[in-house]
Design a binder for this molecule. Structure first.
Ligand code: AQP
Length: 332
């Protein structure tokens, strides 16, 4: 059976990268897969969080899932910390993960920076928790942005190490699903950096809660270059900001770059920015309106999370028992 697992961290400022690179694609996956979409709050605490904000952001991501079209009748939606299998399996799988594998993870290097010795253990072992999220459900496919590809490869390696140790094929090796159109949305201020929640400048990203005026202003201020848009893909090679705005446009329209360039090639930035702004507002505004409606009914959101938790618990606790049996941990 094909099963999908993916998640978003409740760390605030949900942006176009999260929406176009992840959540939007999940909506269509619900048609052909059994899906589990998590709000990964245990991942969020690898960086210091304000408790009140963390709680608020968890409900905000839940509202964003629902407002974007994730259907709680079909799909399991829950917050990671409410299902204990994630943390338990992390310990077990960490016993199958050589430190050398974790040392290669570029996200840890970027996030720990020069203060590596002071970085917390959770930040270092973040990819083991991610492997556990996926493997606790024996998920077969994981839709992620390109930034998470390395972590997913590690999850496959950990699954393989476990299977090899016990000479079985208990864990399926999860396949990454990277959607070409928006695999890496870049910052509006610098086309070489990923659009990210933690960027100090709010002008680097469009948040899915931004209103019309703010979207207009952010796209107006987005960095560009001095030339009109090209008509051929090859001519975008050294123009990261232009390539990024075109990628956003194409992702909203579900169109490949070639088709987008046929439509807008030759335009100057001011006219392209205008059509991009109109398109972005037309796609984002209905989502943020729906999100607000959901956020005005927090009891409903908690009910959805609770229902999702029960279903997630049922699948993962059964798998965890089997894993314990394979390892030889006595179940009384
Ligand atoms: N810029 C992006 N382009 C395409 N996809 C992206 N994703 C994140 N940024 C982009 C995808 O969104 C999903 C959820 O991401 P996350 O919030 O759990 O973690 P993240 O990748 O760490 O997001 P940020 O914004 O970069 O957060 P910070 O700044 O806190 O590190 C994932 O599928 C991710 O690939």
């Amino acid at each position: 059976m094909n099963r999908i697992f993916s998640g978003v961290q409740p760390t605030g400022n949900l942006h176009l990268g999260n929406y176009l690179g992840a959540i939007k694609n999940w909506v269509s996956l619900q048609k052909s897969f059994e899906c589990i979409f998590c709000i990964v709050d245990l991942h969020a605490i690898t960086i210091k969080q304000n408790p009140k904000e963390l709680e608020k952001n968890t409900l905000e991501v839940t509202a964003a899932y629902l407002a974007s079209g994730i259907d709680p009748e079909k799909t399991i939606i829950f917050n990671q910390s409410s299902v204990s299998a994630h943390a338990e399996l992390t310990w077990m799988l960490s016993c199958f993960t050589p430190i050398g594998w974790l040392n290669r993870m570029t996200q840890f290097k970027e996030k720990a920076g020069k203060k590596r010795e002071n970085a917390v253990l959770g930040l270092f072992s973040y990819p083991v928790l991610m492997a556990s999220d996926i493997l606790a459900y024996k998920a077969t496919h994981v839709p992620v942005g390109e930034d998470q590809k390395q972590h997913l490869e590690l999850a496959r390696d950990i699954a393989g190490a476990f299977n090899q140790t016990y000479n079985n094929d208990f864990f399926p090796l999860p396949e990454p699903q990277i959607f070409e159109e928006a695999k890496r949305i870049m910052s509006l201020r610098n086309g070489k950096n990923k659009m990210s929640k933690s960027d100090d400048s709010d002008y680097s990203r469009i948040n899915i809660t931004d209103n019309k005026d703010l979207i207009n202003l952010k796209i107006k201020k987005a960095k560009t270059d001095a030339y009109p848009l090209p008509s051929k893909k090859e001519d975008l090679k050294d123009r990261p900001e232009a390539a990024n705005l075109l990628e956003i446009y194409g992702a909203f329209k579900n169109e490949k770059l070639d088709k987008v360039l046929k439509e807008v090639g030759g335009k100057d930035f001011s006219s392209f920015k205008k059509i991009l702004t109109d398109l972005t507002i037309s796609k984002i505004e209905p989502i943020s309106k729906k999100m607000n409606d959901y956020l005005n009914n927090k009891d409903y959101l908690k009910k959805i999370l609770n229902k999702g938790k029960e279903k997630a618990d049922e699948i993962s606790s059964k798998n965890l028992s089997e894993i314990k049996k394979i390892i030889g941990l006595l179940i009384i």
